[in-house]
Design a protein around this ligand. Sequence first.
Ligand SMILES: Cc1cc2nc3c(=O)[nH]c(=O)nc-3n(C[C@H](O)[C@H](O)[C@H](O)COP(=O)(O)O)c2cc1C
Length: 161
Amino acid sequence: MLELAKRNAPIKPDILLPKPADWPEQMEKRLREHGARRLNTIGIERTDRAGREKLRLMNFEFYGAPCAVFLFMDGSLPEWSLFDIGLFAQNLILSAHCFGIGSCIQASVTEYAKEIKTFLNIEKNKKLVACISMGHPDKEAKLNTYRSVKKEADEFMYWHE
Ligand SMILES: Cc1cc2nc3c(=O)[nH]c(=O)nc-3n(C[C@H](O)[C@H](O)[C@H](O)COP(=O)(O)O)c2cc1C
């Protein structure tokens, strides 16, 4: 996978999630700020293409985690099943957290779905939805010191009384 990613082999994920042509303004702003802060934490300049490429490739080494979990769904299932898998992923991650194990959900690792299915001997009709890298977090690693800024509940919730 790393070799494919290194030479930018054409990607073919099972789940195609095209980016919206126009992000809602607020979301685009948050996305841009998040990207900049994340790079800043690990000391990579926005203009540092080599540094950014190195970071991208780290995805394909599971950020150094010893374990990667791949979530598949049967190809005959409707889109709603993605919601169920999302719930499953969240529960898995929270359970792992209780045992001191950190996780990183990665959509990028689904880009080479066909090769992963061949390697893992998974039926072709299954769709690769996500990868979750898991391991004991290295608390000293710069990347792990990054915390994304969350909105306060009041900023996105509306209580109707
Ligand atoms: C569906 C999904 C796909 C993601 N794909 C990636 C990815 O490919 N690479 C990556 O470094 N982070 C990816 N992330 C982000 C990390 O998993 C993120 O650190 C995690 O969601 C925690 O969010 P937070 O940093 O906002 O607290 C993804 C998150 C989600 C929910």
